[in-house]
Design a protein. Structure first.
Length: 309
């Protein structure tokens, strides 16, 4: 267990993005030290440090660096859970709130669609028929409606959750391919440069997720300094904005990957070229359960919620 832990820490430190991963952890612990010193007095901190011998100071510095690296690795392990909470996959005590907010998004999506239809009818396909403000609203609504789940019953309680849910849903609606089943296979067939673009987009989403978690934890230093709460909440708001932007881009890239390369799944498995979503559903059934289209099979159920690439 200990050997594996140190191996993970060593691998994390060796990566190119080490600075990006460690910077939020450094800011968190540095801010905590600053908050403690602002309450206890810098003189007391300086006196305590001066009372330590050189070996003790060196040991404290090394221990602090190891604790910094360890906390960064732990946050990396926890980022998937933080992301799911940010999407709206909340535990049982908050399930009622989750579904209430999801219903609000259903109504909001309906209002967006109705307003978009109103503007579309007004311009009749020619945006010049709208005022500048209406053209801007039309473009904004059009971009958002295309990135929300097509099925209102699958809405999530947050914008982030809906952006990622729509990306999960897209291959099923268009091609009958369930993302959780087909994405690992498709990933292996994508060109290297496409995988790098997708990995970079996902990395930006993960970075913003870790920043959100560190920012919310930073509020804990309010016990020593009042300014920790507004600083932490401000950074959390910026991190949330970064998460939604990153999810927007990442979702677009996942959709584009399925749009352009999903025929490769059929080709490499020796299946005929797909002609519609039903062919994709048969392939999903085959990959998930080993049921070949020539074998007796049951109908394919809709994809389970929350399975994303």
């Amino acid at each position: 267990m200990v050997e594996g832990l140190w191996e993970n820490i060593g691998q994390a430190l060796a990566k190119e993005w080490t600075v990006r991963m460690l910077a939020p952890a450094f800011a968190f612990w540095g801010g905590g030290l600053l908050a403690w010193a602002s309450r206890s007095g810098w003189g007391n901190l300086a006196a305590w440090w001066s009372a330590r011998s050189v070996p003790e100071q060196a040991a404290l510095l090394v221990g602090g660096l190891l604790a910094l690296a360890f906390s960064a690795v732990v946050m990396e392990w926890a980022q998937e859970g933080v992301l799911r909470l940010a999407e709206g996959y909340w535990p049982f005590p908050f399930r009622g709130l989750r579904f209430a907010l999801a219903r609000r998004w259903e109504k909001k999506a309906q209002r967006i669609e109705e307003r978009w239809q109103e503007l579309a009818e007004k311009c009749e396909g020619n945006p010049e028929g709208l005022s500048p403000a209406e053209r801007a609203e039309y473009a904004r609504l059009d971009a958002l409606r295309l990135r929300l789940p097509a099925d209102p019953g699958r809405m999530m309680p947050t914008l982030l959750g809906n952006l990622l849910r729509a990306a999960e849903e897209h291959p099923w609606v268009r091609y009958g391919l369930e993302t959780g089943v087909c994405w690992p296979r498709l990933w292996l067939l994508l060109p290297k440069e496409i995988r790098e673009e997708l990995a970079a987009a996902r990395s930006r989403l993960n970075e913003a997720t870790r920043l959100l978690a560190w920012s919310l934890l930073f509020v804990a230093w309010t016990v020593w300094a009042w300014w920790a709460a507004p600083v932490g909440l401000l950074l959390a708001g910026l991190a949330w904005r970064g998460m939604t932007r990153a999810a927007w881009v990442y979702g677009d890239l996942v959709r584009a990957a399925f749009d352009l390369y999903h025929p490769l799944l059929f080709e490499h498995l020796g299946w005929p070229k797909p002609e519609g979503p039903e062919d994709g559903r048969r392939l999903t059934e085959y990959l998930a359960r080993g049921i070949h289209p020539r074998s007796p099979r049951t109908s394919v159920s809709p994809p389970p919620a929350g399975r994303r690439p």
